[in-house]
Design a protein around this ligand. Structure first.
Ligand SMILES: [Zn+2]
Ligand SMILES: [Zn+2]
Length: 310
């Protein structure tokens, strides 16, 4: 019997040596997660009011970037205190993204927050562009703002009524395989609205300009490298639409890649005056999933028609 114990131990170790690498590799192999500038949020999971957690100021900056958190005293943006303002900001974010508004940085919220997204804020100048504005069934809508989930940007920036034809050009830094999907996105918006678009030469004057930029590129909205924010565009009549050059851009639904036409459809919506929609299926939803394509949704088309009264 004395000889058996070491044998059992050895065989146990032998079995463990066989099993551990298998279970370990299972966790690593199907890793389809895009590297993300937002990964730091995972380390903060579980945080709630009253906590002081190292790195929490990064979450504050995230919520500040997308319009949710503003302090009178800016120094609070850089401390790690989970205060009332942060809880309120987090609850607003949770409502916008249809997560239970617990005020705690729970797993469901972390999953939403770490997803790649558009760089345009959800709350602009205090206006929550994603807030639900559904009318009661028995009440006629009082204004176009109350009839659907699409959203306009504050003060309804839009192109003048007479301006129905918009020209666009590409910046010299535009990758060759982006031309066709961007052209296609403009055609799709033209088919669904009163707008027409035409491409002009790279050195011509144009209403809109599309380009690829990396990191800090001089407009006050730096990209963070792979993951995080993928693109942004400015409201009428600014006309600028920037892709983050550091992303894995593809044409079509390709695993791990971001479809250039899908992102163009979204950003053109901003160029025309739309804000973010809380409807996940709408092109104007802020999140942009890898490996998928998306088209214009009724919510997007209703939004443009309502904004321009056509
Ligand atoms: Zn956007
Ligand atoms: Zn930019």
């Amino acid at each position: 019997m004395a000889m058996n114990k070491p044998f059992h131990l050895l065989s146990l170790i032998f079995i463990l040596v066989l099993i551990i690498p298998i279970s370990h590799s299972r966790k690593i192999l199907p890793d389809t997660q895009t590297p993300s500038a937002f990964s730091f949020i995972k380390d903060l999971q579980g945080c709630h009011k009253g906590n002081n957690t190292k790195g929490l100021h990064n979450l504050k900056h995230y919520l500040h970037q997308f319009g949710y958190l503003n302090y009178q005293n800016q120094t609070h943006l850089d401390d790690d205190d989970f205060d009332n303002a942060l809880e309120y900001a987090l609850k607003t974010y949770q409502k916008n993204y249809h997560v239970s508004p617990t005020g705690t940085l729970d797993a469901a919220t972390v999953a939403k927050m770490t997803s790649p997204r558009c760089g345009v804020a959800d709350i602009v100048d205090g206006v929550n562009t994603m807030a639900t504005k559904k009318p009661h069934h028995h009440e006629p809508a009082k204004s176009i703002h109350t009839v659907a989930n699409f959203a306009f940007l504050p003060n309804n920036p839009r192109w003048p009524a007479s301006k129905t034809h918009l020209t666009y050009r590409f910046s010299p830094n535009t990758r060759a395989d982006a031309i066709a999907p961007v052209n296609s996105a403009f055609r799709k918006w033209a088919a669904a609205t009163h707008f027409t678009f035409s491409r002009v030469g790279n050195n011509a004057q144009s209403d809109l300009v599309v380009g690829f930029f990396s990191r800090n590129h001089g407009d006050g909205f730096p990209f963070e490298g792979p993951g995080g924010t993928l693109a942004h565009a400015f409201p009428p009549t600014n006309g600028r639409f920037h892709y983050d050059a550091d992303e894995n851009w593809v044409n079509g639904a390709i695993q791990g890649g971001f479809d250039m036409e899908t992102v163009a459809l979204h950003e053109i919506g901003h160029l025309l005056g739309l804000g973010h929609s809380e409807v996940q299926a709408a092109i104007m939803f802020s999140g942009i999933a890898a490996g998928r394509t998306k088209g214009l949704h009724q919510d997007d088309i209703q939004g443009i028609r309502a904004l321009y009264g056509r």
